[in-house]
Design a protein around this ligand. Structure first.
Ligand code: ATP
Length: 438
């Protein structure tokens, strides 16, 4: 965004400071349009529509931003359309809808479908921003092969539900960071590690990013494929380099995804090379106790904690294991609100959507919002009249999606029944009992 004019920059700041000022946002949107920045203009018009859904000027601006034919313009000349492709939008006045050129419409909306109405929160760590360094200078001299995202704008308040996890993160990381005097008094270090586990798509990565956002810390996401290398010794070096990069750029949240693959039970790890990687990881995690690791926060995640090496969970390593569950009703409402926040919605009855999305993961809910926006967008492109996303779009989208956590709970059930040694999975057992799955 460094190439934008000072005027755009000032207006962007003004709009951020007064998000409900519709005339100001319209002015900003006009300016973006004049500069040919249509995608951004669509996003801004979408927010304006949320605050003033019935405002003709806002709707008109949205039409222009989307580069649609203005309302009342005759539909495009009929072309041959496969019958199944013409199905999605029934005519409401009983007449046959005009034949529609889907290929042309797709081309027309292609530029809009990407960022559509809202930027993906997971992309918040803008690659063009300078990475945070220990001294806050953003000096790129420390740049390494391992990407560290600058702190994004996702905050814990953006993460729906997970109160227990948030409380734990607050006690372990956030409160000590915010209260240096108390930290000194109680001798609390600014480092630590937690293991998050649970079904896929329930926000483990998302909350780790939010922690980085809260701490104003860099964020480094590492998965198995980033680490393993076919050459002897290279994988261990990769592990070491990752932690070194994090130490240099502290404060930094290191997110270790698929920990089960990194730290698979050593007894079951026949591949000698992989065992060395596990040992290297243990060494680096032990380093978390050393003063040099001040400001390095490790959040690890797995869907299969029962496959994680127990040594990784010793105190000073990843000494807390937290269950991240599918959101309950209030959390589902919060997640839906979050994913609809910058989309043009009208009279959406969230209660109805919450009711039909029991057991949906956060990712499933994000997908529901994305699909509903797609329906409304294609409908708008088809009719040439911009319409809001409504309850029906969301209900239809929810109907198409099956909760993705079902298979995870099927296997977790066996562990809860037969392998809950020492009560490690008591939270899971309690949840399964509550849901009558045990
Ligand atoms: P996996 O185990 O497959 O890696 P995960 O638990 O890490 O999954 P995320 O990648 O964090 O899940 O979630 C996917 C997306 O779902 C997020 O980017 C976010 O858009 C949405 N999401 C999930 N949980 C929440 C939540 N609690 N609040 C808001 N959005 C959420």
């Amino acid at each position: 965004m460094s190439d934008e004019s000072p005027l755009i920059r000032s207006l962007r700041a003004a709009v951020a400071a007064a998000p409900e000022d519709v005339p100001l946002r319209l002015h900003f949107t006009e300016l973006l349009l004049a500069e040919g920045r249509h995608n951004e203009a669509v996003a801004q018009a979408a927010v304006a529509l949320q605050h003033a859904p019935g405002d003709e000027a806002v709707r008109d601006l949205m039409v222009r931003a989307m580069q649609l034919p203005t309302v009342g313009t005759p539909p495009p000349a009929p072309t041959a359309t496969p019958p199944e492709a013409a199905a999605p939008s029934p005519a409401t006045d009983g007449t046959q809808p005009p034949a529609f050129d889907w290929a042309a419409a797709e081309q027309e909306v292609a530029g809009v479908v990407g960022p559509r109405f809202a930027a993906d929160p997971t992309d918040a760590g803008d690659a063009t921003e300078a990475p945070l360094t220990a001294d806050g200078s953003g000096d790129p001299a420390d740049a390494s092969a391992w990407d560290i995202d600058a702190p994004g704008d996702v905050r814990l308040a953006d993460v729906g539900g997970m109160q227990q996890v948030k409380d734990r993160l607050d006690a372990a990381f956030l409160a000590p960071m915010r209260n240096p005097e108390l930290r000194k008094l109680y001798g609390k270090s600014l480092r630590g590690g937690l293991l998050l586990y649970g079904p896929p798509g329930c926000g483990k990565t998302f909350i780790a990013r939010a922690v980085a956002g809260e701490l104003g810390a860099g964020f480094m996401s590492v998965s198995l494929s980033d680490i393993l290398d076919m050459y002897v010794g290279t994988s261990e070096k990769n592990v070491h380099d990752i932690f070194e990069a994090a130490r240099r750029q502290a404060p930094c949240v290191v997110f270790l995804d698929e920990l089960d693959a990194l730290g698979a039970k050593r007894s079951r790890t026949q591949h000698g090379g992989l065992r060395n990687v596990v040992n290297q990881l243990l060494t680096e995690l032990d380093g978390i106790n050393a003063a040099q690791n001040e400001g390095v926060f490790v959040l690890a995640a797995t869907n299969v904690p029962w496959d994680v090496d127990l040594a990784l969970r010793r105190p000073g390593r990843l000494d807390r294991t937290l269950l991240v569950l599918p959101p309950d009703a209030p959390a589902r409402e919060a997640i839906l609100r979050y994913h609809l926040r910058e989309r043009p919605i009208e009279s959406v009855d969230l209660g109805k959507i919450v009711k039909v999305t029991e057991d949906f993961s956060g990712a499933d809910l994000a997908h529901v919002c994305e699909s509903a926006a797609e329906y409304a967008l294609l409908d708008s492109a088809r009719s040439g009249t911009v319409r809001m996303i409504g309850t029906k779009d969301l209900l239809n989208a929810a109907k198409q999606i099956k909760p993705s956590s079902e298979s995870w709970f099927a296997s977790a059930r066996n562990v809860a029944m037969f392998a809950n040694d020492g009560g490690v999975y008591d939270d899971l057992v309690a949840y399964l009992k509550k849901k009558r799955k045990l």
